[in-house]
Design a protein around this ligand. Sequence first.
Ligand code: SF4
Ligand code: SF4
Length: 293
Amino acid sequence: PKAPLPKPEWIRVRLAGGEEAERFQSIKATLRAHRLHTVCEEASCPNIHECFGKGTATFMILGDVCTRRCPFCDVAHGKPLPPDPAEPEHLARTVAAMRLRYVVITSVDRDDLRDGGAAHFAACIRAVREHSPSTRIEVLVPDFRGRLEAALEAFAHDLPDVMNHNLETVPRLYRQARPGADYAHSLRLLAEFKARHPEVATKSGLMVGLGETDEEIVQVMRDLRAHGCDMLTIGQYLQPSSGHLPVERYVPPETFAAFEREALALGFRHAACGPLVRSSYWADRQAQEAGVA
Ligand code: SF4
Ligand code: SF4
């Protein structure tokens, strides 16, 4: 294998100090006490100190074992446990105890469940609404491939404030980077949700550095707009370990800035593009700026 590319100076991970570090520890303790998982920890997100320090977290429901195996992703794969019926209540109590104004709820892919886990998502939304009526909720969902109708049905009465589904990469790289997923299907999920619930903002995200070109990224933006997507995030792919896909390029900050301008010109309500941007990074601020929260 090729030697990894050296990390450029703009990929610097900031460590929390003082008060933020304390908050980081206390959030971790709360999470352990409620047996909840966060993407922040499972995916070794580089923003974890900052987000935990500010009191934001992305919760991972339906367990931490995925039925798929995407070679860029650090989540464990295998045979997951059945959904925990107590989880929506645990999540809702934690969100209330942490007084979160904005929460992101996501899950691994659950190809083993008939609705892909959509009803469990809906139960979590319902429980958080009951305990924290003013908290805004963003869901970051798997693709529900082969179960789209059942999944859309499950959300019908428990809507999030933002429906997020990441395309992750350009269609040419799907076979290699997203085995089991399908570009056209993912676009359809966003479009069909929007058609049913035009009042709910839709959002998607991409990683760069997997071998795509800038022009391919812009084409994905056009496809997203053609499917009614309102919000966009683009961030740098970082290799979680030497066993994962290599980083093919580090995109410089000026190119991210150009992507952001292009996205706004194409009509996205909001675009966040930058080396350390993640789908859920400052999700609350993205939603505010998009006029959602
Ligand atoms: Fe967690 Fe998202 Fe922040 Fe990363 S960017 S630490 S996944 S909330
Ligand atoms: Fe990771 Fe999602 Fe792929 Fe599962 S489906 S391996 S959680 S990126």
